[in-house]
Design a binder for this molecule. Structure first.
Ligand code: ARG
Length: 246
């Protein structure tokens, strides 16, 4: 009888560990950020980040499920345990490092200014007395705050970067400050509306990383091992070429 009990308990343990192993890691992504993450016609989440993280995770035997998650509050989902990873073109910053851990960087980016076709703006400093669109809580928001002041009503905050860029097309803002890749992609896909860009020398280089809950060393190690492996075997270069050319 006792043996039966022990066997039963063992089975339960085995069953629960297999279940846990099969449950994919939940990946938070704000999928309105092409070419890094967006939804295709079939509502599948696709993009550079998806390919990089999926390939890196596979090297470490991790299974993923990407879940479209609003940018506002996206980092809080790590703390609550609703998501295991944030993969959302997230810039690694000292401030964010206080409350979450980041993988090794997987992409270099920079802020870029988008302006309308007839705009006289030529440099970042010209935005001082202009209406500037940003995505709330992004590094674009942070750099604009430094110039205009955090509570300046001329900072127009949007829940996604494409919404800010659409408002620029509508004339509701004078400029948008956002990550270069997403601005360039938006303009390429809206060929009739001639937005221009300004690459200002004052903007610092930014590096994207995958964020995990602070202290989740085991997962970070697996991700970093995977990132290193796809960089070493040419997979990363192939994915890069697919989205950005050479
Ligand atoms: N790189 C910027 C940041 O970390 C913007 C990222 C926004 N990503 C997104 N999927 N909406 O603040």
């Amino acid at each position: 009888r006792q043996l039966g009990l022990i066997a039963g308990a063992l089975c339960a343990v085995i069953a629960s560990t297999t279940l846990a192993a099969d449950k994919p890691l939940q990946v938070a992504t704000d999928a309105a950020y092409a070419p890094f993450e967006s939804q295709n016609e079939k509502k599948e989440i696709v993009g550079f980040d998806v390919d990089v993280l999926t390939a890196a995770a596979a090297k470490s035997g991790l299974h993923l499920k990407f879940v479209n998650t609003p940018w506002e509050g996206i980092f809080a989902t790590l703390g609550t345990g609703d998501r295991d990873i944030v993969s959302s073109a997230v810039t690694i910053t000292d401030e964010r490092k206080q409350s979450m851990d980041f993988s090794d960087p997987y992409f270099e980016a920079k802020q870029l200014i988008a302006i309308g076709p007839k705009s006289k703006i030529t440099k970042f400093a010209d935005l001082k007395d202009k209406k500037v669109g940003v995505q709330t809580g992004t590094t674009g928001d942070e750099v604009v705050q430094k110039l205009l002041g955090k509570t300046n009503p001329n900072i127009k905050r949007f829940e996604s970067t494409p919404l800010a860029l659409k408002e620029l097309l509508n004339g509701g803002v004078d400029a948008v400050v956002a990550d270069n890749g997403v601005v360039v992609n938006f303009i390429a896909n809206n060929k009739n509306d001639k937005l221009k860009t300004i690459d200002d020398a004052s903007f610092a280089k930014e590096y994207y990383g995958f964020a995990v809950k602070k202290g989740n060393k085991a997962l970070l190690e697996k991700l970093n091992k995977g990132i290193a492996a796809i960089k070493a075997d040419g997979t990363y270069a192939k994915i890069y070429k697919k989205y950005f050319g050479n």
